[in-house]
Design a protein around this ligand. Structure first.
Ligand SMILES: Cc1cc2nc3c(=O)[nH]c(=O)nc-3n(C[C@H](O)[C@H](O)[C@H](O)COP(=O)(O)OP(=O)(O)OC[C@H]3O[C@@H](n4cnc5c(N)ncnc54)[C@H](O)[C@@H]3O)c2cc1C
Length: 428
C-alpha cells in the first residue's frame, strides 16, 4: 500500500506546525493556503516563542526580535506594565512558509473553494486546480467553514486601525473603555496599530465608509493613545473589521480528518493567547494523525484525545478571559462587560484541592509517537488526568497510598520531596 497523502488547508501557525510535525514523521504533506488579506500586528508571550522553537519554526521565531513594554490601564488603574513580543502578521506568515519550504513541505498557493469527500478528499481551488489527499487537516483559522458551533461566546467585533509614523521604539498598551477595550502597538519601523473590541449587539457602529472617522474620534478621547502615538493618531486611518467571537467547534476529529488552531477553537483576543492555543492543538496533531492512519483500531481513542484537549484548552482560556473582564468592576453593569463577566460559566479557573476526589482512571496519552491508553491520576482540577510528574508515573503512587502503603516504598528518596509537594497540592 502506498503512503497516505495528507492535505493541510491553511498555512497559519496551526497548519504550519501540523505540516512540519507530519513531515518529520516521514509523511507526504501538501499545504494549500491563501494569504491573509489584511495587515495586522499581534502580541505574543514568551511561551509562544518556546512553542515556535519546539515546532521547528525558526524563521517565524526570528520575527519576534525584542519585547515591547505593555502598559495596562484597567478598571481605572494603571497596572504593573508587562512584556509582549509584537509580530507583524504578514511577515510572520511569510516566515512560516519559509520554514515549510526549508523542511521540504509542498506548498500550494491558492484559495480553497470546495472540499469534496469520496475516496479520500478532493479540494477544488478558485483557479480551477484540484488537489487530492487521503487525510485532511482543516487549519483555515476563523475562515474554516463552521460545523455546528458547540459553544459560542458573546458576539464580538474588533476594528483594526493601521497607519504609518516615524520609526521609533517598540511599545504597546491596553485600556478598558465603557463599551469594550483597545489594544495598541507601535513597531520600530513606525507602523502604528490600534484595535478596539466591541460587543456586536451593543455597539452602534456607522457604515463602513464612516468607520475610519468613527475610530479616529474614539482615539481623540484617549490619554493613553496621545501618550503612545502623539497627535498623528487622531487622524482617520485604514480600518479592517474582524469577528473576534470566541468559538469552540463541536467536533474536531474524525477517522480521516482533524481540525486544528482557530478552525477548532478560536479564543477571545483579550487572552492574547490565540497563537499559543493554535500551536498547542497543532503540536499534538501529528501524533493523533499518525495513530488514525496507522492504527485504525485506536481511532476512537485518538479522536477522544484531540477533542477533549481542545475543549479543555478552550474552557481554560475562556475562564481566564472571564476573570479578566470581571476585574473591570467600575463598568461591570455596562452591556459589554455584563455579557462577558459570567461567560462561559461560573466554575473557578482552578478547582479546589480534594484528595477524596482523586482517582486512577484509564485515559488517552501520547507515548512514543502514538495515542495509547494509560492509567492516569484524575483530580478535580485536572479532569484529563496527570500521567507523569517529571518522569515519575503517578497512578502507581496514588494506588499505593490509597492501599495504605507509605510513600517511601513507592518512590525513590530523590523523588520524594517533589511527589510530596504534589500530594499536598491535591489535599493529601
Ligand atoms: C482581532 C484579533 C486580534 C488577535 N490578536 C492576537 C494577539 O494579539 N495575540 C495572539 O496570540 N493571537 C491573536 N489573535 C488570534 C490569532 O490571530 C489566531 O489565533 C491565530 O492566527 C490562529 O492561527 P491558525 O493557524 O489557526 O489560523 P490563521 O492564522 O488564521 O491561518 C489560517 C490560514 O488559512 C488561510 N485561509 C483561510 N481561508 C482559506 C481558503 N479558503 N483557502 C486557502 N487558504 C485559506 C489564511 O489565509 C491563513 O493563512 C487575534 C485574533 C483576532 C480576531
Amino acid at each position: 500500500m502506498s503512503e497516505p497523502s495528507i492535505l493541510v488547508l491553511g498555512a497559519g501557525p496551526a497548519g504550519a506546525t501540523t505540516a512540519l510535525g507530519l513531515r518529520r514523521m516521514g509523511y507526504a504533506v501538501t499545504v494549500v493556503s491563501d494569504w491573509r488579506r489584511f495587515a495586522a500586528v499581534e502580541g505574543v508571550s514568551q511561551r509562544v516563542l518556546e512553542g515556535l522553537r519546539h515546532a521547528g519554526l525558526g524563521a517565524a521565531l526570528a520575527e519576534a526580535t525584542t519585547p515591547a513594554t505593555r502598559q495596562v490601564h484597567w478598571n481605572g488603574e494603571r497596572l504593573q506594565p508587562n512584556q509582549e513580543w509584537l509580530l507583524d502578521r504578514q511577515r510572520f506568515d511569510q516566515a512560516l512558509r519559509d520554514d515549510l519550504n526549508r523542511a521540504g513541505v509542498e506548498l500550494v498557493e491558492g484559495r480553497v473553494r470546495e472540499v469534496e469527500q469520496g475516496q479520500g478528499y478532493r479540494v477544488q481551488l478558485d483557479d480551477g486546480r484540484a488537489l487530492h489527499g487521503d487525510f485532511l487537516v482543516e487549519a483555515r483559522g476563523r475562515q474554516a467553514p463552521l460545523s455546528e458551533g458547540r459553544l459560542r461566546g458573546p458576539e464580538t467585533v474588533s476594528l483594526l486601525n493601521l497607519w504609518q509614523a516615524e520609526p521609533g521604539t517598540l511599545a504597546s498598551a491596553v485600556e478598558s473603555l465603557d463599551d469594550g477595550w483597545a489594544w495598541m502597538a507601535r513597531l520600530a519601523d513606525g507602523r502604528c496599530y490600534w484595535q478596539v473590541t466591541l460587543d456586536v449587539m451593543a455597539a452602534r457602529l456607522p457604515g463602513k465608509t464612516a468607520l475610519p472617522e468613527y475610530c479616529a474620534g474614539r482615539r481623540r478621547g484617549s490619554a493613553l493613545v496621545a501618550q503612545l502615538f502623539g497627535e498623528q493618531a487622531f487622524a482617520p486611518a485604514q480600518v479592517h473589521a474582524r469577528s473576534s467571537t470566541a468559538i469552540l467547534v463541536g467536533n474536531c476529529a474524525g477517522p480521516d480528518w482533524l481540525r486544528v488552531g482557530d478552525a477548532a477553537m478560536a479564543v477571545d483576543p483579550l487572552s492574547g493567547n490565540g497563537i499559543f492555543q493554535s500551536l498547542s492543538s497543532a503540536l499534538q496533531a501529528p501524533v493523533v494523525i499518525n495513530t488514525l492512519l496507522q492504527r485504525p483500531g485506536q481511532a476512537a481513542l485518538a479522536q477522544r484525545f484531540h477533542q477533549t484537549r481542545i475543549e479543555q484548552l478552550f474552557l481554560r482560556f475562556a475562564r481566564i478571559g472571564r476573570d479578566f473582564y470581571a476585574q473591570e468592576a467600575q463598568r461591570g453593569t455596562q452591556p459589554f462587560w455584563a455579557r462577558r463577566r459570567g461567560w462561559p460559566d461560573a466554575q473557578p479557573l482552578h478547582a479546589a484541592a480534594n484528595w477524596q476526589a482523586v482517582r486512577v482512571e484509564p485515559r488517552p496519552v501520547l507515548r512514543d509517537g502514538w495515542v495509547e491508553e494509560a492509567e492516569v491520576v484524575v483530580t478535580a482540577d485536572q479532569p484529563l488526568g496527570v500521567w507523569h510528574l517529571q518522569g515519575v508515573e503517578l497512578a502507581p503512587v496514588v494506588r499505593g497510598l490509597q492501599a495504605g502503603i507509605g510513600l517511601e516504598r513507592l518512590v525513590t528518596q530523590a523523588h520524594q520531596p517533589m511527589v510530596e509537594r504534589w500530594l499536598r497540592e491535591q489535599g493529601f
